[in-house]
Design a protein around this ligand. Sequence first.
Ligand code: GLU
Length: 460
Amino acid sequence: MVAAVRVRFAPSPTGALHIGGARTALYNWLLARGTGGGGPGELVLRIEDTDRERSTPENVAQILEALEWLGIDYDEGPVMQSGRAERHAEVVAQLVDAGHAYRSTAGPEEVKAYKAAHGGAAGFRGTDEGEGAVRLRIPDEGTTVVSDVIRGESSFVNALLDDLVIARADGTPIYHLAVIVDDLDAGITHVVRGADHYSNTPKQVRILKALGAPEPVYAHVPLLHGPDGKKLSKRHGAASVQELRDAGYLPEAVRNYLALLGWGYDDTTTFFTTEQLLERFSLERVSRNPAVFDEQKLRHINGRYLRELSLDDLTARLETLTGRSGLRGAAAISQEKISTLAEFWPLAGFFFDGPADDPKARAKVLGGSDGRDALARAREALAEIPDPWDEAQVEAALTRVLEAGGYKPREVYQPVRVALAGTTVSPGIFETVALMGRDATLARIDAALAAESGVGAPEG
Ligand code: GLU
């Protein structure tokens, strides 16, 4: 059976997989796996590692790992572009033999002089010298039309295009040639890539024409900007997929948000399960305007995904991220309060590692006699709780303290919170006290009272 679409993701491994690259990968994957490509398609992963200095095995490994984390799988590859050098050279030779290309020693100076002599804008035309770099002949007549699903049709006047260098004097093929040959050999039907490659497309189309090969469907996806309108960079927060993972975002939320960077189903829907994306994504609905990556929006989407996880699932993910175990109880009472997995430990780490070290919070809440008095009363009431020590009884005990002392809730809850957590943020106070258990709760309150009254506090 012939696949409906054959697409490819072709990252250059010169660094980590960035958000823009991840979005390109996702769009290709959605076309191959979803219905927007007209049926089951195939995705080829090609690593464009021809920049030998900047392409490192570590970068390749990082890209593969990022794709795996995102749940983006592929049918072929990774194909290393560098491994195809002989095939590229073969096609260059074929183009020379057919008279579509010639060898010329002309360098930038000659090209400049040629243009100056021909009115400034004319495309360079060289002569066959039998040596030097290989240039593809561009016809003087007509136009080269680039037809793009997202950007429509553009014509480029051939007379203004330089005869295109396709191989250096030492025989090594240049990038455009490699891309075209690799796409042709892989049977790629749709080239979906970043808009930064749009200006390369007329050159690549000329190579295709010389080879007598049909053009793929082109779709250049819009550039990404930060909320300030500038090109997306590290200044805007997490810039690579690894950073998103380490910041505690869930891959399904990242997929959802990446899909929205340039694509929309309608004007209002922002939550799409991966199944819905597979069903609804199509290139026709990708915008040509730059998209804005806003980490706050991602956080919002992530928070919703996080709250919908089952407790087992959430616990497993937290345990993977933190490398700790036994987090289930704390996960349960934190789930409503966190938007990313990484927010869990700052919120609930005190259960496991002891109270946080926040002298300001201690001074503010327990530094005066009011706070310490309230804490002492809370201790008394909590100590009287009969078994079982649970949320309902904790709530009842602390409510009695409020009523007896005429306290506002925070006048009692904050001292208890600071005693247990060391700081002024924690999950809900009743849940926190219940989960901490009788012994640890009373011990931490005693330690806090002792420390704040200036008497040496026992450890614990
Ligand atoms: N290797 C190029 C990049 O990482 C992509 C080229 C292409 O998709 O044609 O930007």
